[in-house]
Design a protein around this ligand. Structure first.
Ligand SMILES: Cc1cc2nc3c(=O)[nH]c(=O)nc-3n(C[C@H](O)[C@H](O)[C@H](O)COP(=O)(O)O)c2cc1C
Length: 303
């Protein structure tokens, strides 16, 4: 294999007949993969992350990828791909949309169609990811009975955990083997989990809030920024969910338990090497917010 051939691995394929050597792809390549050499587009180095910026600026359709990159397709709503240039969305509309998405903690019994869940995942993967790693994988749990069953198993985990940490001797001894983890859990979460368990015993669902569906985002953690990537993908799910009339809520408590309970992860068919990165409850809201989100005042420093 020549050096140029090695550099070409995973790199964009340049159609020599279409390429006009305008150099736009060279200007945008963040890694110096495509270069202009002797007035021809060549491969400068290996390490293409398949971001396809070169493809996106090429006016002559001279760039493709192998394996091919795919655009999302949706079945639960009409979609016509269109490039919206910077400044071409009314900023106030965007702000109102984002401020109107709220964490929904009351859901109607109406099930979410599988097509909508599939579209949420298809849109999730359009999120940015560190080094374009896209190491996210998705598990869709659709149907109230399945969500309830998972909620019960997570409740059982918390029951065991709370019983354990309620014992001051266990907390003291745990410092020797597990550091401050259990002590911190007792301080920060014990009381609210105990309250949640009481709610669950009374037939309510303080964990998933009665949601009929969940999307679990998991993946290997050897990418650049797996947790951040999953949060962006999850936020995409929440935003498209809002547009589809769905409410959503990140469920951090479920993430914590799933990462500690191997049997539960196995029951969800999450691959052994994967870490759970986000859990999002979804369903048609049974609450109507009348005002957009407010936030704490914040600190900003200008230099
Ligand atoms: C990473 C993360 C984890 C969260 N975990 C939970 C959770 O376990 N249960 C819950 O009801 N809400 C959870 N939330 C929702 C937050 O409480 C909510 O985003 C925050 O109160 C702001 O409200 P808003 O989303 O309606 O604007 C979580 C949010 C994030 C970002």
């Amino acid at each position: 294999m020549t050096q140029n051939e090695a550099f070409m691995e995973h790199a964009p394929i340049i159609n020599e007949k279409r390429c006009t050597r305008c150099g736009r792809c060279v200007e945008v390549c963040p890694k110096g993969i495509v270069v202009l050499r002797d007035d021809a587009v060549a491969y400068g180095r290996a390490g293409c992350m398949r971001c396809a910026h070169c493809y996106a600026v090429c006016a002559f359709d001279a760039i493709s990828f192998d394996p091919p990159l795919v655009a999302p397709s949706f079945t639960s709503f009409p979609y016509a791909e269109e490039m919206v240039q910077p400044g071409k969305v009314r900023p106030g509309d965007l702000v109102n949309l984002l401020r109107s998405r709220r964490s929904v903690r009351r859901y109607a019994e109406r099930p979410v169609p599988d097509e909508a869940m599939a579209d949420l995942v298809a849109f999730a993967v359009t999120a940015p990811s560190g080094s374009n790693c896209q190491r996210w994988e998705f598990t869709v749990v659709n149907g109230r009975a399945k969500v309830e069953a998972l909620g019960r198993s997570i409740g059982d985990f918390f029951t065991r955990l709370n019983r354990l940490v309620a014992n001051p001797i266990v907390r003291a001894l745990s410092v020797l083997v597990a550091g401050m983890k259990l002590v911190r859990y007792y301080r920060d979460h014990y009381a609210s989990v105990a309250w949640g368990l009481e709610q669950a015993a009374a037939g309510r669902d303080p964990l998933f809030h009665g949601a009929p569906g969940l999307i679990i985002i998991h993946g290997r953690t050897d990418g650049s920024t797996p947790l951040e990537d999953a949060q962006y993908a999850g936020y995409n799910i929440c935003l498209l969910g809002h547009a589809l009339g769905l409410g959503s809520c990140f469920i951090g408590y479920a993430v914590e338990v799933l990462n500690r309970d191997t049997k539960l992860r196995r029951s969800l068919e999450i691959p052994p090497g994967n870490r759970v990165l986000a859990v999002i409850a979804l369903g048609y809201p049974a609450v109507r917010f009348l005002k957009p989100a407010l936030r704490n005042d914040y600190t900003v420093q200008w230099l």
